[in-house]
Write a protein that binds this ligand. Structure first.
Ligand code: SAM
Length: 312
């Protein structure tokens, strides 16, 4: 069973407000929390397209569909970064699109993958098959400076250079526990004692983001999602990392403005027309009861916008 407790499900549904006969795209199927709720609400006359890079997520949803006899969900394995190419014609004008970024609990807990420092596993932090060897390549072949840049930029790790040096000295690394030891050697004792989160969290997160090109895929999907929405359609993005949230915030902000010329340009030459109305001036965050029930939700930030009813 592919276990994942959906984050901010109520808020996502309140914004998408799915009704019978509508069409939605869930770009990050995972355990199917959003997909199955959307499918229930759009009914027999509606349709949901669910995408995931992870073949296990797709297989789990296919099993549920078989058991329940639901016939209004289409599953596609692939990256939302290539959304336009993946989406069949009938989903090219949808009522809403949702993205719930990062990884699922099922992936985190999978002993065949290396997402968690709490489990002994090979160094594979890929969401799907497309990047199976990439984590190992980054860890075992990248120059120390490049490795340090990944840990600093994607993990905001203060001791990035020292950890990178220890990783390089310990090569070749093959498992999560070897990686954990190298990280430990790169950190001062005080940093290991005092942090709010486990001292290996930032490095593991940074390597996962780099393995899956997560920020580039997010940058790529947003304009494609906007094109696929019908006027009045809504886009909801749930993120768990400040860099992701910033990308979504800036995209929404730019697409909600008429002109993107730098202030020094006296008369607009870009001819940019606003195409979005922002629905969340500040990101929504989960309430205390949800965080209590599902601590994984604690860093979630939800942003939503609506496509304006003008020609795009
Ligand atoms: C947080 S989980 C989604 C959970 C889901 N909303 C639920 O309620 O069960 C994120 C999912 O997105 C998938 N994913 C991450 N990056 C992706 C990408 N570029 N394209 C497609 N799926 C991706 C992961 O494999 C994972 O299954």
């Amino acid at each position: 069973m592919y276990h994942h407790v959906p984050v901010m499900l109520k808020e996502v549904m309140a914004i998408l407000a799915p009704r019978a006969g509508q069409k939605f795209i869930d770009g990050t199927l995972g355990g199917g929390g959003y997909t199955f709720e959307l499918a229930k609400r759009v009914g027999q006359t509606g349709k949901v397209l669910a995408i995931d890079l992870d073949e296990l997520a797709i297989a789990n949803a296919a099993d549920i569909i078989k058991q329940t006899g639901l016939n209004n969900i289409k599953l596609i394995q692939g990256s939302f970064g290539e959304l336009m190419d993946l989406v069949p014609a009938q989903f090219k004008n949808v009522d809403g699109i949702v993205l719930d970024l990062g990884l699922s609990s099922a992936q985190l807990d999978d002993p065949r993958r290396g997402f968690s420092f709490l489990r002994e596993a090979p160094l594979n932090m890929a969401f799907g098959n497309q990047a199976k060897e990439k984590t190992e390549v980054i860890i075992n072949r990248f120059r120390a400076e490049d490795l340090a840049a990944i840990l600093k930029n994607y993990g905001e790790e203060r001791f990035a250079r020292s950890i990178a040096r220890q990783i390089v000295a310990a090569r070749p690394l093959a498992t999560t526990s070897q990686l954990l030891e190298a990280i430990g050697r790169g950190l001062p004792a005080a940093a290991k004692r005092n942090g709010k989160i486990h001292w290996a969290t930032r490095t593991f997160q940074a390597l996962r983001i780099a393995t899956n090109d997560e920020l580039a895929n997010l940058q790529a999907v947003l304009p494609q999602a906007l094109r696929l929405l019908k006027p009045g359609g809504r886009l909801v993005v749930v993120s768990f990392h400040s860099l992701e949230d910033r990308i979504v915030k800036n995209f929404f902000r730019n697409e909600a403005k008429d002109c993107l010329c730098p202030p020094a340009v006296p008369v607009c030459i870009c001819d940019h027309k606003r195409r979005l109305k922002i629905l969340t001036a500040k990101p929504l965050t989960p309430g205390v009861p949800e965080i209590k029930n599902n601590p994984r939700a604690r860093s979630a930030k939800l942003r939503a916008a609506e496509k304006l009813k003008i020609k795009s």
